[in-house]
Write a protein that binds this ligand. Structure first.
Ligand code: SAM
Length: 444
């Protein structure tokens, strides 16, 4: 692994930078494997794991298993994520942990690492997970469905369009597209793409994204900015620019010295893989101190379904009264009652891909339950649960023939270790498998 000379030269003198240790850790190559467990799904991680110091739900694994062959991964019981990124928990808890029902925007969200994490942190608040690149929204949406929260809206908007939600958010996370030097250990091909010009281009794009998003943050709100780059231009220089350009005040995050995280600049934190178990990362917190113009929120009445219209969906939920129901396309969605007006409003100003939990598609005869319902915690009667063995769960995920002795006819929720995976319909002599084709496991 030959690191770009221009990168090393540009890092000399930066807080915590140790050239010999930096080169050595890249030569060694191997990166720790870590996951973050889903507290809403039992919080259990793979066995033999150690806790990530700055994130109680983070776990280091002794080796890299085949996640794709683990039904618990498909059931959204954990998310595979490198450990430095989990520091977003400290930023959020220390500066927004006390905000009641916060509205949180993850502006650059795909594939969903920090969004699944934020979902676990916002409690009864609202999370908008946005990804502008169309080709990447699918994986974001899939990961959010697996994770199973009901308080998420997935959008695909340009940062400029997110300005329609002026002064709407208590927290905005910009995990910006960057030159990627922090991931060289995991993605050596990124070394070939790196250049000083790329760093400058990314810096300018980061400024554009932040300028476009600034108005969406409330006065007093929290901006969390992060990159997986080591470059000053994309990190401390961006924080300096923010404080010059906008009414933005740097907010320090309390660190435990044992974590090995290096404070840098006005409110930045650097993660070096030779000082901690994680990849290269920069994160900073800023508070918006100035007001923006009035919130541009014209409340259009949303056309929620009446109780009678929603009945086919309500019948599948364990607490149907906690939700309002919307028909979008052919799908009935359940939106938490306390968030439904906000979610419906967002749908009227932004290109929304998912909102709340897709319950199913009503047909003339019945409601066909949606895969997202199986992965959520909403599902109640009428469907029985069929617990699968590992072998059966893998057959289900591969869409192979499935045999389950004594299964009653009709719809059933298949579970693995007690957690919902997906739907089957048991017919005389065969079982129809409703695991989505695009999610099918091909690996044997
Ligand atoms: N937050 C994600 C996670 O934790 O899984 C990783 C985000 S990645 C560092 C940056 C994201 O920004 C990418 O998904 C990329 O498609 C998106 N992006 C690229 N250009 C963008 C732009 N001009 N505005 C906003 N987002 C952009």
């Amino acid at each position: 692994m030959t690191l770009p000379v221009a990168l090393i030269e540009s890092l000399r003198g930066l807080p915590g930078f140790d050239e010999a240790a930096f080169v050595a850790v890249h030569e060694r190559g191997e990166a720790p494997v870590s996951v973050r467990v889903n507290p809403a799904k039992g919080g259990a991680g793979p066995e033999g794991s150690r806790v990530v110091p700055w994130c109680p739900a983070g776990r280091y694994l002794a080796s890299r298993p085949s996640f794709i062959l683990d039904p618990s991964w498909h059931a959204g019981r954990y998310y595979v994520q490198e450990a430095s990124s989990m520091f977003v928990e400290q930023a959020f808890r220390q500066h927004a942990g006390g905000v009641p029902s916060p509205r949180v925007l993850d502006a650059c969200a795909a594939p969903g690492g920090k969004s699944t994490h934020l979902q676990a942190l916002v409690g009864d608040g609202l999370l908008v997970s946005n990804e502008v690149i169309r080709a990447r929204v699918g994986i974001l949406s899939e990961n959010m469905q697996r994770w199973g929260g009901d308080n998420v809206v997935v959008t695909s908007a340009d940062p400029r369009a997110l300005g329609a939600a002026a002064a709407f958010f208590d927290v905005v996370l910009v995990d910006a597209p960057c030159s990627g030097s922090g991931l060289f250990r995991r993605e050596p091909e990124a070394i070939r793409e790196w250049s000083p010009e790329l760093v400058e281009m990314c810096g300018q794009r980061q400024q554009r994204i932040l300028a476009d998003l600034w108005c969406s943050l409330k006065e007093g709100g929290l901006l969390i900015y992060s990159t997986c780059s080591y470059s000053f231009r994309e990190n401390e220089a961006i924080v300096d620019w923010l404080t010059r350009q906008f009414a933005a005040e740097p907010l320090p995050v309390k660190l435990d010295p044992a974590w090995g995280i290096v404070a840098s600049g006005k409110s930045g934190y650097r993660f070096y893989p030779y000082l901690l178990e994680g990849e290269g990362l920069f994160m900073a917190c800023l508070k918006k101190t100035g007001a923006v113009g009035p919130a541009s929120r014209s409340l259009r009445p949303a056309s929620f379904l009446s109780r009678r219209e929603a009945e086919p969906a309500r019948a599948w939920l364990s607490s149907p009264d906690d939700y309002d129901y919307l028909l979008t396309g052919e799908t009935i969605r359940a939106l938490p009652a306390a968030l439904a007006a906000d979610m419906a409003w967002l749908g009227s100003v932004l290109p929304v891909r998912e909102a709340g939990v897709a319950v199913g598609q009503p047909t003339r005869k019945e409601l066909v339950p949606d895969p997202a319902l199986a992965l959520s915690s909403l599902v109640g009667s009428p469907a029985p649960r069929l617990e699968l063995t590992l072998e059966q769960a893998l057959a289900y995920l591969r869409k192979d023939d499935l045999r389950i002795e004594g299964a009653p006819q009709g719809w059933a929720l298949v579970t693995f270790e007690g957690h919902g995976l997906g739907w089957v319909k048991v017919l005389p002599g065969r079982i129809n498998n409703y695991w989505p084709k695009p999610w099918r496991v091909l690996k044997r």
